[in-house]
Design a binder for this molecule. Structure first.
Ligand SMILES: C[S@@+](CC[C@H](N)C(=O)[O-])C[C@H]1O[C@@H](n2cnc3c(N)ncnc32)[C@H](O)[C@@H]1O
Length: 272
């Protein structure tokens, strides 16, 4: 796998660390072109490559990069609880580690962003004593910032899986941007081979209560190939249920908070 790993101290010194036997990587959203150099190296050099990507063609490309590759999406089955599938994926990776092999596990986007098995795998591998690391990748949200021209630092940012967003009713802030993920599985625990829209009416009602039914939101689908444009659909909250093929939703703020003048004074940003 990749060469020497070093830890840096704040004083500038470096210490050599043992090499990782498990490396979890993200493959980005677009076919091959968003793969980082370090992820590519980890994919190529592993004894066995386990992968779960959605980008058409990516599985085939990965299999050419590493002759010992296993497609983890084989564990998805219609009607099977997704958490059972995730456990099967993690068990498979741990079995490879137990067999003495250096493993690379590749997930699309950023492997640590809205991916349950990647974090479970790192946790379980570390508790079994395997040196493990996760390398960052380019997520759907990274692509959204670029494609929609939205900067999370401008008004603040909130990011939720759409189902827990409905179930736990967090106290979200309509003066900050909001992104909702996994609309394609809204309200479902089991794997949905086709885009599932039956609960969009509920989401439309809940968002409408806080933003107003005529607030315009953006359905977003990042391009999966270089040179291809993303799908961007602006739609009023009231019409969400009629919208097709949306997996990620961006809800812009609908109000601006006034500055706290006492705080401005305390910070010395205005004269008292
Ligand atoms: C299991 S999560 C995987 C996220 C991925 N690891 C990432 O870094 O973006 C699946 C969710 O990611 C989002 N997603 C996946 N592909 C997308 C795309 N091409 N454009 C926009 N969002 C996408 C959707 O919200 C989808 O329900």
């Amino acid at each position: 796998m990749r060469g020497t790993r070093l830890s840096q101290s704040p004083g500038g010194g470096v210490t050599e660390l043992p090499p990782a036997v498990l490396t979890v990587v993200g493959t980005g959203m677009k076919l091959v072109s968003q793969l980082t150099a370090e992820a590519r190296e980890a994919i190529r050099d592993a004894d066995v490559l386990l992968h779960a990507t959605q980008t058409p063609g990516m599985g085939e490309w990965l299999a050419r990069m590493n002759a010992r590759s296993v497609d983890l999406t084989q564990y998805y089955e219609p009607g099977r609880d997704r958490w059972v599938t995730y456990r099967m994926m993690v068990d498979r990776a741990l079995a490879e580690l137990d067999g003495g092999r250096r493993v690379c596990a590749a997930f699309y986007g950023h492997a640590g962003v809205y991916v349950t098995p990647s974090h479970d795998l790192i946790r379980r591998a570390r508790s079994a004593g395997y040196v493990s690391e996760m390398l960052p990748g380019i997520s759907a949200e990274d692509c959204l910032f670029a494609d929609l021209g939205v900067d999370p630092g401008r008004h603040g940012w909130q990011s939720y899986d759409a189902t827990p967003f409905l179930v736990y009713r967090p106290d979200f802030d309509t003066s900050a941007g909001l992104v909702l993920w996994q609309l394609d599985a809204l309200g479902h625990r089991d794997y949905q081979p086709r885009h599932e829209r039956s609960n969009y009416e509920i989401l439309s009602r809940v968002l409408g209560e806080r933003y107003g039914a005529d607030h315009v939101v953006t359905g977003y689908h990042a391009a999966q190939y270089p040179g291809v444009e993303p799908l961007i659909a602006e739609i009023e909250i009231a019409d969400l249920a009629a919208h097709e093929g949306m997996s990620t939703l961006y809800v812009p703020p609908n109000m601006q908070r006034p500055a706290d003048r006492d705080m401005l004074r305390e910070l010395g940003l205005i004269e008292s």
